[in-house]
Structures are given as structure tokens and as C-alpha cells.
Design a binder for this molecule. Structure first.
Ligand SMILES: NC(=O)c1ccc[n+]([C@@H]2O[C@H](COP(=O)([O-])OP(=O)(O)OC[C@H]3O[C@@H](n4cnc5c(N)ncnc54)[C@H](OP(=O)(O)O)[C@@H]3O)[C@@H](O)[C@H]2O)c1
Length: 264
């Protein structure tokens, strides 16, 4: 299926690893020109080179920390200069802030809010005028299931995620008249570094004897009984940013193998 986005220009924040990297790869395969960012220069540059080699597409990379307003400004300015426009923003850079109320700190929550809530919001603030002027834009926010169904172990992430769901819906309403579509993807457990960094804590939370047992227990909570693969998330992200998704806005898609049982 031709997604109709050849020649479009995209920013994928946190495109150096995991879900973002896969999304960047699929955009490149569709003929989209891509700018990725991350904090670790070595990983970022390696990814850029590997993606360019594997796809033959136009991919650029810039070290940028999405908690820093100046870095976000530099990133959007560099992409605009390279591409002459920005059609697509995938707000993906981020982490999970896991742990129950008792261990949550103000500093930890502030960092999570800076990364995901303010990081996403500030990037949108900069790309929206560009998308509005060209009357075509796609914004996808990577959020997470704890924003819809509170989980004591995901207390900090849940707070951030609920705000992001509200931002997604609210901006989809406001930007609709500009043909700028704003959607969200809510992953369950996906097999990336993020999971590996959280494996020990999850094992403790679940009373599992090993990280592997924690993984099995966590997977059992979803209908497909397995973790997601980064490319499965990317499939949906790229589709939501495509011409084929021209009538979809304000949606938050659960990509969790059937983990959430609510009706929305
Ligand atoms: N994997 C899951 O199970 C899961 C579940 C729910 C939600 N999510 C969400 O999905 C998104 C992608 O997660 P993932 O699993 O692909 O994680 P990942 O494998 O850890 O990759 C995260 C990416 O974001 C970058 N990044 C992190 N913090 C950043 C910052 N402050 N500024 C710029 N770049 C930053 C990382 O590069 P550097 O470290 O070099 O900066 C990396 O490229 C995240 O927003 C995450 O919260 C994931």
C-alpha cells in the first residue's frame, strides 16, 4: 500500500533507538525525509548511518535533549532549514517513570514532565505554525497505557500520560481546521531498552524471581501474551502520519496486545 507521503519531511524525536528508530526506518522506506535526535551522540550517529545505508533515504541527526527548550528550538530550526518545511512530528523521546507513590520524588516527576509533557508541548508549539501555513500536518504523541488505566507501579508515568492524552485530544480539536491531525499511540510493554532498564524494578513489583519471570507475568496481562516489537508500534505511527489517515484525528490508539480492557 502506498501511504502517499513520499517527499514529506519528518522529525522523529528519540529516533536513535527502540520505537523511534523503527518509525524513522519505515518513514525512510516510504520516501519521507527524516531528522532524528537523541542525547547520546555516538548511538545517534550510528543509527543515522545504519538507516541511511539500509534504506537509501535522506536521514539527518542532531544531538538534542528534549527537556531543554533551546535544544528543541535548534532541532526544529535545523529540520526546517534542511527540508524547507515540516510535515510530520513524532513526539517519541522519553522514558518511563515507574515506581509507587512511596518512592516517587518531586525531582523524578519534574524530569518526567519536562521530558514528555513539556518536551512534547514545546515541539508542537514550534511546528504547528509551519504545518498550519501549509495546511497539512501530522503529529503523533507516544504516550502509554497508564494514562488511561492508573497502575500504582506506574504512578509518575500515569500522571504525565493523562496530561498528554488531554493535550492530544484538545489540540486535535483546535488544529483540525488547519488540516493538522493530532493523534496518540499508547504502547503496552515493548521490547526495547526501556523495558530492559525497568526489568529489575518490575520483577520486584510483581514478586518475580527473575527478570524473565517478570516478563512472562507482565506479558500474560495482555490478550496476545507477549511483548510488542518496535516495528509493530512503528507500523501504526507511520500509518497515522500518512495520507491514508486523512480522516483520523484525536485518536489514542492502544498498541498493547489487548492489555487495557476498557471500552475506549
Ligand atoms: N517500551 C515500552 O514498553 C513503552 C511503554 C509505554 C510507553 N513507551 C514510550 O514510547 C517512547 C519510546 O520508548 P522506547 O521503548 O523506544 O525507549 P528507548 O528504547 O529507551 O528509546 C528512547 C529514545 O528516546 C531518546 N531520548 C530519551 N530521553 C530523551 C531526551 N530527554 N531528549 C532526547 N532524546 C531522548 C533516547 O536516546 P538518548 O537516550 O540517547 O537520549 C532513545 O533514542 C517513550 O516516550 C516511552 O515513554 C514505551
Amino acid at each position: 500500500m502506498d501511504l502517499g507521503i513520499k517527499g514529506r519531511a519528518a522529525i522523529v524525536t528519540g529516533g536513535s533507538r527502540g520505537i523511534g528508530r523503527e518509525a524513522a526506518r519505515q518513514f525512510l522506506e516510504e520516501g519521507v525525509r527524516v531528522m532524528i535526535c537523541g542525547r547520546n551522540a555516538e548511538t545517534l550517529e550510528r543509527t543515522r548511518d545504519e538507516l541511511a545505508k539500509a534504506t537509501g533515504g535522506e536521514v539527518h541527526a542532531m544531538v538534542a535533549d528534549m527537556t531543554k527548550q533551546d535544544d528543541i528550538g535548534r532541532l526544529v530550526a535545523a529540520a526546517t532549514e534542511r527540508f524547507g518545511k515540516i510535515d510530520i512530528l513524532v513526539n517519541n523521546a522519553g522514558q518511563m517513570y515507574s515506581g509507587r507513590f512511596g518512592v516517587m520524588t518531586d525531582e523524578g516527576l519534574k524530569e518526567q514532565l519536562e521530558t514528555k509533557l513539556f518536551g512534547f508541548l514545546r515541539a508542537i508549539r514550534l511546528v504547528h505554525p509551519i504545518m498550519k501555513a501549509q495546511r497539512w500536518g501530522r503529529i503523533v504523541n507516544l504516550i502509554g497505557g497508564a494514562g488511561k488505566e492508573p497502575d500504582p507501579y506506574m504512578f509518575g508515568s500515569g500522571i504525565t500520560n493523562s496530561g498528554l492524552l488531554n493535550i492530544t485530544k484538545s489540540l486535535s480539536t483546535e488544529f483540525g481546521e488547519d488540516n493538522v491531525l493530532v493523534n496518540a499511540v499508547c504502547p503496552g510493554w515493548v521490547d526495547t531498552n526501556l523495558w530492559r532498564r525497568n526489568a529489575q524494578g518490575l520483577a520486584q513489583e510483581l514478586g518475580a524471581q527473575s527478570e524473565e519471570e517478570a516478563r512472562r507475568q507482565a506479558a500474560r496481562k495482555n490478550s496476545l501474551n507477549r511483548f510488542g516489537k518496535p516495528e509493530e508500534l512503528a507500523n501504526a505511527i507511520v500509518f497515522l502520519c500518512s495520507e491514508r489517515a486523512s480522516y483520523i484525528t484525536g485518536v489514542s490508539l492502544n498498541l498493547d496486545g489487548g492489555r487495557l480492557k476498557a471500552l475506549w
